[in-house]
Design a protein around this ligand. Structure first.
Ligand SMILES: [Mn+2]
Length: 226
């Protein structure tokens, strides 16, 4: 079976409970659509776990992008000099949930710091997959429809901070699965629930804000909540 989950935001317990529920076999794959780190304090632990598994594939969210950009200074070193731009970025990241990620990162061994940093930096921003006779486009988020249909001119930022037009169907033959925007922001009635319409499947149920962690099976469309 193929599963998708998103926006774990350091919820290590919910991540482990989901893995207990899914009991992934070698034939199963779990895609995590970004924003694994920040806000909650287990993001680095989740990444350490993912690196050791073949059947979990992580995509990059805006929080991995920010973390990788900021943590670079802690891995590569910079002669003690921090540019104004870096200090400003670091301040914004820490305010936007980066504090526990930075603390978790600083506790790592030198070897793990390099390993995690390069893993974060090299995550893909999207995956196109087929499950049975259904096509899926998986990403943390997508840009507005006109931009997305002009795919050649899209860049990494479009799939980490883009703003989807959920009211528009982008493709007749492809489902777009995204996180990033808690489903309560799309329709308050779907607080803590997966939202689907117009070939969009929005799966960020806001687990870090006290809602269940939502996961969808892309073979059966079964929704799993922990
Ligand atoms: Mn996000």
């Amino acid at each position: 079976m193929i599963y998708a989950v998103s926006d774990l935001h350091g919820c290590f317990d919910k991540y482990n409970r989901l893995l207990d529920r899914l009991c992934l076999s070698d034939n199963d794959t779990l895609y995590i659509l970004g924003d694994i780190v920040d806000r909650g304090d287990g993001g680095i632990d989740i990444f350490k776990d993912i690196i050791g598994r073949k059947n979990i594939i992580a995509l990059k969210g805006n929080h991995e992008y920010m973390a990788a950009t900021m943590l670079k200074a802690f891995v590569i070193g910079n002669d003690g000099y921090l540019s104004e731009k870096l200090i400003e970025g670091l301040g914004l990241w820490l305010k936007d949930g980066g504090q526990p990620t930075l603390e978790g990162f600083r506790r790592l061994s030198a070897r793990d710091k390099i390993l995690i940093f390069h893993f974060l930096k090299s995550l893909p921003v999207y995956k196109k997959i087929e499950v049975g006779d259904r096509k899926y486009f998986l990403a943390h988020t997508v840009p507005e429809k006109d931009k997305m249909l002009d795919f050649e001119n899209c860049d990494e930022h479009d799939f980490t901070i883009g703003e989807p037009e959920y009211e528009k169907q982008y493709y007749a033959d492809t489902f777009i699965v995204t996180g990033h925007t808690p489903t309560s922001f799309i329709d308050e009635a779907y607080t803590g629930k997966i939202w689907q319409e117009n070939n969009h499947i929005a799966i960020d149920c806001g687990a870090v804000f006290g809602n269940p962690l939502g996961c969808i099976c892309l073979d059966t469309m079964e929704e799993i909540y922990v």
